[in-house]
Write a protein that binds this ligand. Sequence first.
Ligand SMILES: Nc1ncnc2c1ncn2[C@@H]1O[C@H](COP(=O)(O)OP(=O)(O)OP(=O)(O)O)[C@@H](O)[C@H]1O
Length: 653
Amino acid sequence: MRTSWADSVAKSASETVVSNNNSVPRPTRSTYVPPHLRSSAAADAPTPAGTPTERPSFNGNTGGSRWGGSGGTRPESGRQGQGNGYAAAGRDVGANDRNNRSGGWDSREREVNSFVNDDKVYDMKQGFSEQENTGINFDAYDDIPVEISGENVPSPVNTFAEIDLGETMNQNIRRCKYVKPTPVQRYAIPIALAGRDLMACAQTGSGKTAAFCFPIISGIMRDQYVQRQRGGRTVYPLGLILSPTRELSCQIHDEAKKFSYQTGVKVVVAYGGAPINQQLRELERGVDILVATPGRLVDLLERARVSLQAIRYLALDEADRMLDMGFEPQIKKIVEQMDMPNRSVRQTMLFSATFPREIQRLASDFLSNYIFLAVGRVGSSTDLIVQRVEFVPESDKRSHLMDLLHAQRENGEHGKLQALTLVFMETKKGADSLEHWLCINGFPSTTIHGDRSQQERELALRSFKSGKIPILVATDVAARGLDIPHVTHVVNFDLPNDIDDYVHRIGRTGRAGKTGLATAFFNESNMTLARPLAELMQEANQEVPAWLTHYASQAPYGSNKNRRSGGHFGGCDFRREESFGKNLDYYGEEIVVLHSEFLPITVECMLLVSQVHGIRSSLSTGLFFTCFSGMYIYIYSIGFPRLFYVFTFSIRF
Ligand SMILES: Nc1ncnc2c1ncn2[C@@H]1O[C@H](COP(=O)(O)OP(=O)(O)OP(=O)(O)O)[C@@H](O)[C@H]1O
């Protein structure tokens, strides 16, 4: 049996850190203690209740205590018995300490061990034990390109030990078997701990959830001076995490509960389709971090059961989705029209794997002096996902899928795994119909889409995750964020209209350094996707079929809005591009503006490039030409036949 990387590292780590899993403390009788009661000093001293009016200034320290030194506005006297920050204190300042101080057990509030289910999953994984599992492939991440912009950017860290999270959280990180921060975590966590707003793009499956959860939990543990407000049955969370789907909200909630286990920070989830009364009861028991879908949150706000007055941390996961036309009005209402503190008071973090320029522009309204971070090729899969595109006419799709599944089954029999396969379809009806057809043809399947009840959706996801039903047919509701470790094959039975949706869909496999396969069925109805798909595959070092290159070259350039969210590497910070005075369209592609007097020279130069480099110039080949007028003309080819951007620099030499 192969053991995973995470297991083997955890095993060695456990010798020095945690003796074994059995030594993970069983749920202690910890009681939920609201942050403002966690320090006896803070509890005793009557702190003025009220909306925070000033956001602590960041001190630019990396990984150091956000509140340490003289940079912060936090009164250090608020915490007893500690030195300058958790690291300096060198001991666990988690709930255990605080609970001892606060006393008063309440059996209703006993904290469930969030890692218990993990053990079950682990046992269940033994069923997958023959599965190829490469674990986190850090070598693949080491030379990942990173783009970062903004003022006074804190330095990245290399280890969790360098980050000032406190011993309780460090222990939870070990329980999660995270040994080393992923690249997005290396950069984003110090930025967030320094109190900075952040817009972060990083590939699917690269650990963004922890990147925003760790700083929020840690910040709330430190924000003891913030007095919780009370007002009848209204609750006042300190952190708010918004996500576009119910399943993703649940997943973030589960993760956040693990990260905050025994810290005393309470995380509650609220999402549509589930009975609101149960969620209300949970909220009434106390909430520090609320994870929610926008619709249900608006409902809770309108019922005055939740107030956003005390929010100090706001995170939008899948932020580009949250700000596109579907969700934007609700998000604007939540962030701008209710009682949330304004952007200079709260700390705001936006995360996604894709970030179109226009969305960046919209999002910047929510942020204050933010740092833009792009880790890896934004809007790209990792190279760990093998992408295949096959030309399949509409009428052949089912039989083609059947062939793939049969081949997969045979591999499973001969070798090792019974892969989990996720099949994406455009319509709910189509998904139901395909599921039925697969079932009667001997391939147990289930579906998840918007027409199913929440109970059905949750059951479908559970059966799929556990491997009981190895095929899930889904609409885009399952495209973003879902982390299902054993999905080895994503099939785009129907391709999406938008390349960013494709990126998120295929990102359901090849997660956390594991390898995965993504197969797409392409035909005439997907022509608008030809160019961005070919570009994406080329960038990810995938083999692009000749027929796709041909279709891509036919697509009229400039007419297609469906372009990569990041252009080539990086998903550039739109602020930088605008400050360079570049003229960009919706997706950030350069709009060529040619001055008529330069046109003949430009055309001549283009011809020259074609002759010297051949028509297929490679990505990022740029040539400078000096023309007699003393102007530079820069010709930039973008790795596609006959495509050249031409623009002029008006710098005289
Ligand atoms: N430092 C780490 N070491 C090992 N595994 C990690 C680490 N950080 C996160 N993971 C694991 O990596 C997987 C993917 O993480 P996560 O779901 O946060 O990715 P993501 O970037 O949010 O993906 P998506 O863009 O699809 O939402 C999860 O199973 C998570 O537990």
